[in-house]
Design a protein around this ligand. Sequence first.
Ligand code: PBG
Length: 326
Amino acid sequence: MSAQFPVARPRRLRRTPALRRMVAETRLAPADLILPMFVKEGIAEAQPVASMPGVYQHTRDSLRKAAHEAAEAGVGGIILFGVPAVKDGTGSAADDPDGIVQLALRDLASDLGDTTVIMTDLCLDEYTDHGHCGIVTGSGEIDNDATLERYASIAVAQADAGAAVVGPSGMMDGQVGVIRQALDQAGHTDTAILAYSVKYASAYYGPFREAAECAPRFGDRASHQQDPANADESIREVLLDLEEGADMVMVKPAGAYLDIVHRVRDTVDVPVAAYQVSGEYAMIEAAAAQGWIDRERTIMESLTSIRRAGADLILTYWATEAARRC
Ligand code: PBG
């Protein structure tokens, strides 16, 4: 008797939408999604970011409206980036109690209450006139330890203004420990830290630099962000941040680094976030605008893949839209 093939029929469970839905291994929920938002000082109307269709530099008022819509869609949180009207060498707007992010945080804390988590990006590049993430020395290098003092002060200013979670993204050594200590000393023992632990020196951040107006005036970020060639050092960065007191860790970018997301998820027992960055967003929007790919399917596939790789949380500029769809 000849063998009868196929012996197994995996297609049985793929036959109908109901079957596929029932056996799906990965699910997206609105609470998994975090919306990054930009608020700019001194503008009368929200300004579209050309390289990120659908993303705006908000006024305080338009931010309130968009944040309300995100909360209604059920997003897990929003993360705020500020664009100050005046920048200087030390980024003094970053920890000014009347700086744009602090004002916006107070607005959102009073509007949103506990409906969604209010978070901040904690860095200097949006606030410095040279566009670097820290204090620059006379020879043009970034002074790690002088920068830490600034981060400590920014963390306290953001927590004072109502941030429930701060997200240090500058890749300075020791930043999580210094921030934890400063928060605790200021009485903010309940403010959590989402550490951008694994952050690559990536070309995918291109459009963000228009949105946050923070392209470096000279040099690049390769002296402090990770080399895309390296994987093992990501684990070292994550473990250091956990030792220093991080509550959650992040991998950034997401799509081109799913192997890293997976390794980090396997290594730690805290929530793992992945940041689907501006370039990932721009590529899909641009190809969809040309009619070359199906926009909605590609967005949902990209998010599902990041979840499948092991991310518990996804920072994505599509958070509100995707939350409505899942
Ligand atoms: C630093 C920061 C950057 C991004 C988030 N936080 C830029 C950078 O490191 O150069 C990029 C996010 C994106 O591309 O969407 N404050």
